[in-house]
Design a protein around this ligand. Structure first.
Ligand code: ADP
Ligand code: MG
Length: 694
């Protein structure tokens, strides 16, 4: 296989554009892309035609504006290129207008109280910084989605806005340091994706997997992840065939799939691409998740992207590696090797520290989902407390700067910002503090709280916006300074002093840390119901208003969508539990009970002891009764949930009232599973599923 040849073969990228567009059109389009603007309408017709010819040559018959509504997945509506001719035939056509804007009926997407807005038409507009691509015979045009009045209906538009805000403010800072060459600053992201791969037959046999993406019942198998033999272990043939196919499909789509390995839990794996510009990384991560599902299907497998498909073994997350880069290729979180760079690096570093400290709640709620609630704080993922790891060396440097005391790694006296070279910082290539939610790893931060099924857009909107706003304040202060180096030093010291409480280099999984974090005043938002309402806190509304990323209405609408999503997911899970409990588990256990009763009677008739059968019968019968009454109770609570009030109160009701009964019902079922003869159990067990792929 010739990888360079297939790489990007399904993408209308710069080299295809250059090859197929007139020189002046290409130059104009390239400028649009470099400056991150929307397409110049004057050249749209030519670009559209070239795109269509290219796509049709590759077998495409349709086009779609590919967008990311608030459902968290992508949406597409396909139109064919056909256009009738007078003689009853068709030709393939695609106009500039069709490329630039699309109309999509917005009324059936989640709207979070902006019903009127959503009932008006929705529009999609090409984001030319993300290349068009062909998928299943359709030319897909990555687009932003908004309403007639300009209100944002998707995850992409605010992401682009947050990137623009960061660009403006970071450039101001760079100019202060004498950098005149950089024209743009953009955030970069590499998203490591975890997933489970199981046999398709196992998936089909479990209604909970089909309806909810996770198992709602299932006792721990004799073997789980305790042997630690799966992490980085040899990859099974069927899985490696899948991975190989997946790499090829992703490469064709221009996605830089790089690293693949087995993860901690049985049947769990990871795929990491090479980082790229955030909006592209976000589009590509969506495409990657979709492609994983599709390729799995070809191998008789099913790819589970849920955060917690199985209780008792690790769930799946997504590590969002984040940094900022200039168009000239300078990584702004790279400590650099010249004295001048040290002040600049320190300033960007403390800006991130302050942003994370001030907007802990936004970061936390950007990773809140019903699925991720099962992971955070479960000793397999960071706790529900946001903190930052900077490593010992950097912590010492920050300390030395703050206290104006010698940095012991130097021995040469105090570290002067902008004057001396920073010591070489070890790049954290070994993930040595895997427990930290937000870890500095040498030249980037790794945000580790995301769930595997997430769109990375939300969390990156928060990071970009918060950092942009802090940089704005920094630039305001420094631009007016008489003595730049003195003002810089003072600002860095003040920022460290005020925000160092967010830094924690120890083990985040311990109970002591939770106590210490509370003492430091850090917030712990355990569930969606706790976290999501903070979206509309006054300071957060003010942030989004200042940066123009969201209006207050948009924030409230998004918050409502997320809260409603939580309650909807739990409703489906609860209904699925009731159905499986009543229709599968309860009758199966009754059948076993009935047979056991006969066995016990026979034994006793033959003068034998049936003590063990009687004891087992008592246990099974008690658990089955409890299961049955839990199902009734959940049903009743679901009715009550409709009267709970607004979206926030309803979410609270689910968290406080319904989840505990669901947990109890599951415990009863899992105990019965362990006490019931295998042939009676109505669906595959954890042991069957987790070791199904050989
Ligand atoms: P590890 O986490 O094992 O140390 P790497 O440091 O190579 O591995 O990278 C993990 C992920 O971080 C990869 O997706 C990589 O492309 C990404 N990454 C590396 N540098 C940057 C950067 N400057 N900005 C964003 N992501 C980055
Ligand atoms: Mg990692």
């Amino acid at each position: 296989m010739n990888v360079p040849e297939i790489f990007g073969e399904n993408v209308f990228n710069l080299s295809v554009m250059q090859e197929r567009l007139p020189k002046d059109v290409f130059r104009s389009l390239k400028k649009t892309i470099d400056e991150g603007r929307l397409l110049d309408a004057n050249i749209a017709g030519v670009v559209a035609n070239a795109m269509k010819d290219w796509a049709v040559e590759r077998g495409a018959t349709h086009f779609t504006h590919w967008f990311q509504p608030m459902t968290g997945i992508t949406a597409e509506k396909h139109d064919s290129f056909i256009s009738p001719t007078k003689d009853g035939r068709v030709i393939m056509e695609f106009s500039g207008k069709e490329l630039v804007v699309g109309e999509a009926d917005a009324s059936s997407f989640p709207n979070g109280g902006m019903r009127a807005t959503f009932e008006a038409r929705g529009y999609t507009a090409w984001d030319p910084t993300s290349f068009a691509f062909i998928k299943d015979g359709t030319l897909c045009i990555p687009t932003a989605f908004f309403s007639y009045s300009g209100e944002v209906l998707d995850k992409k538009t605010p992401l682009l806005k947050s990137m623009a805000a960061l660009n403006t403010q970071a450039l101001r800072i760079l100019r202060l340091f004498g950098n005149t060459s950089a024209k743009r600053v953009f955030p970069t992201v590499g998203a490591e994706q975890e997933y489970f791969l199981i046999d398709r037959k196992m998936y089909d046999a479990r209604r909970d997997l089909v309806f909810t993406g996770r198992t709602l019942f299932g006792a721990k198998p004799p073997k789980g992840q305790e042997m630690e033999d799966h992490y980085y272990g040899p990859i099974k043939k069927r899985v490696s065939d899948f991975m190989r196919d997946l790499d090829v499909e992703l490469w064709k789509l221009g996605i830089l799939a790089k690293t693949k390995h087995n993860e901690v839990a049985p049947s769990q794996h990871e795929l990491a691409p090479i980082f790229t510009v955030t909006n592209v990384a976000s589009d590509q991560n969506q495409l990657m998740m979709e492609t994983m599902k599709k390729v799995a299907g070809k191998h008789g497998l099913y790819c589970l992207l849920h955060e917690k498909p199985f209780a008792g073994v690790n769930g799946s997350g997504k590590h969002n590696n984040w940094s900022m880069s200039t168009d000239t290729g300078l990584n702004l979180l790279d400590p650099g090797s010249t004295p001048a760079e040290n002040g600049q690096f320190m300033l960007f570093l403390v800006a991130v520290i302050r942003a994370v400290d001030e907007y802990q709640d936004l970061l936390r709620l950007s990773v809140a989902s019903a699925g991720n609630d099962h992971r955070l704080g479960g000793n397999e993922a960071p706790p529900a407390i946001v903190s930052m790891f900077v490593g010992d060396e950097l912590a010492e440097i920050l300390d030395a700067i703050e206290e104006d005391k010698p940095y012991k790694g130097r021995g040469k006296g105090v570290l002067k910002l902008g004057v001396e070279t920073l010591p070489e910082l070890p790049k954290d290539t070994t993930d040595r503090n895997r427990t930290s939610p937000f870890a500095f790893t040498g030249n980037k931060f790794e945000f580790r709280m995301l769930g595997s099924a997430f769109s990375i857009a939300g969390p990156n909107i928060m990071i970009n916006t918060a950092v942009a706003d802090v940089l704005r304040e920094f630039a305001d202060e420094l631009e007016g300074a008489e003595n730049f180096n003195a003002a810089l030093h003072d600002l860095v010291v003040r920022t460290i002093r005020k925000h160092k409480r967010i830094i924690f280099n120890g083990n985040n999984y311990t109970a002591e840390w939770a106590k210490e974090a509370h003492r430091r005043g850090l917030s712990e938002l355990r569930s969606c119901a706790d976290a999501l309402p903070h979206f509309a806190d006054r300071k957060n509304l003010a942030l989004f208003e200042r940066t123009k990323v969201f209006t207050e209405r948009e924030v409230r609408s998004r918050m409502e969508i997320m809260l409603e999503n939580y309650s909807k997911v739990l409703t489906i899970e609860a209904l699925t539990m009731i159905e499986m409990g009543r229709k599968l588990i309860y009758p199966a256990v009754n059948a076993y009970i009935s047979d056991l009763c006969a066995v016990a009677a026979n034994k006793e008739g033959a003068g034998l002891s049936a003590a063990s059968d009687r004891a087992l019968l008592r246990k099974l019968s008690a658990d089955n009764d409890a299961l049955f009454s839990d199902a009734d109770e959940i049903e009743e609570l679901l009715v009550q949930s409709k009267e709970a009030g607004d979206a926030e109160k309803t979410a609270r009701f689910f968290a406080d009232k319904i989840i505990p009964v669901m947990k109890h019902m599951r415990a009863c079922a899992d105990e019965m599973e362990q006490n019931t003869a295998k042939k009676y159990w109505p669906f595959p067990t954890y042991g069957d599923i987790l070791f199904s792929v050989s």
